[in-house]
Design a protein around this ligand. Structure first.
Ligand SMILES: Nc1ncnc2c1ncn2[C@@H]1O[C@H](COP(=O)(O)OP(=O)(O)OP(=O)(O)O)[C@@H](O)[C@H]1O
Ligand SMILES: [Mg+2]
Length: 261
């Protein structure tokens, strides 16, 4: 894994979103494959029955692209996203990141890889209820660093977390706990949290699925600009055709495979 760089050592300019930039502007995507799956299979056991979900997924994800994965409810979209994010292991097949196979790494390496390189956002936000919005955004730093390491860099982490809350437009809610936030505000906090460790890939599972259309549009604007301006690769699962249209490319999961592959 030596060629996978530590994102904390790469200097990137502070994140800025501009008011006037269209999140929807087309941009040629890189031809470099950043993530790939090869013949990915996954089934779940229900009693003595195996439920086949993914049945040979071959997918290339290009650096800097905004990819939407669509398909009917229960077709395996979340399952695929979890396998990409090393939250789960396939029964067979491979997942690659930066040219390295990652699905077969030991758990500790997968945890490290996920914390450093992948940001994840979920339909139901998954914020910790006892922490404020700012503390939730800081949580990945607490997980990645030792207590001592975190203590030494706490000023830097808090500054970045504050910047991220500003970026997603909820700095005025920094001290609020999730129960005091609206759905849109919780999703913004979850996006800020996903960005704390400067991920290379953002994996988003129905990021607007629990929001009204107008709030969903605001979230899509944030995601679109992160993709356009920060060149962040985004893989987003959605069942909403309008939301999928905001991506560069859409693939459809049908009967456990990518349609057309
Ligand atoms: N842990 C599990 N144990 C057993 N079956 C599971 C488990 N997780 C998912 N499944 C089953 O696998 C199938 C795919 O689930 P998945 O959550 O990936 O679908 P999805 O496409 O994300 O659906 P939705 O659009 O409703 O979120 C479903 O039939 C689901 O019931
Ligand atoms: Mg799902």
């Amino acid at each position: 894994m030596s060629s996978i760089s530590d994102p904390r050592q790469t200097s990137r300019p502070a994140l800025r979103l501009s008011e006037g930039t269209s999140a929807l502007a087309a941009q040629p995507r890189s031809s470099k494959v950043q993530m790939a799956t090869r013949q990915l299979f996954k089934s779940y056991q229900k009693g003595s029955f195996g439920i086949p979900v993914l049945q040979g997924i071959d997918l290339d994800i290009y650096e800097g692209e905004f990819l939407a994965i669509v398909g009917s409810s229960g077709c395996g979209k979340s399952t695929l996203l979890h396998l990409l994010g090393t939250l789960d292991r396939p029964d067979a097949g491979e997942v690659h990141f930066d040219g390295h196979r990652i699905d077969n790494l030991p758990n500790a390496s997968r945890d490290l890889l996920r914390n450093k390189h992948f940001g994840m956002i979920f339909q139901f936000y998954h914020l910790l209820p006892e922490l404020t919005a700012l503390e939730n955004v800081l949580a990945p730093a607490l997980i990645t660093e030792s207590t001592l390491g975190y203590w030494f860099r706490r000023g830097e982490h808090r500054r970045r977390a504050g910047e991220l809350l500003e970026l997603v437009g909820i700095s005025h809610r920094a001290k609020h706990k999730p129960r005091e936030l609206s759905g849109g505000e919780m999703q913004r906090a979850a996006i800020a949290r996903a960005l704390l460790n400067k991920p290379r890939v953002l994996l988003a599972d129905e990021p607007t699925g629990n929001l009204d259309r107008s709030t969903g549009k605001q979230i899509m604007k944030i995601l679109g600009e992160l993709n356009q301006r920060e060149k962040l690769t985004i893989v987003m699962v959605t069942h909403d055709p309008w939301i999928a249209e905001q991506a560069d490319r859409t693939v459809k999961l049908v009967e456990g495979r990518i349609q057309g592959s």
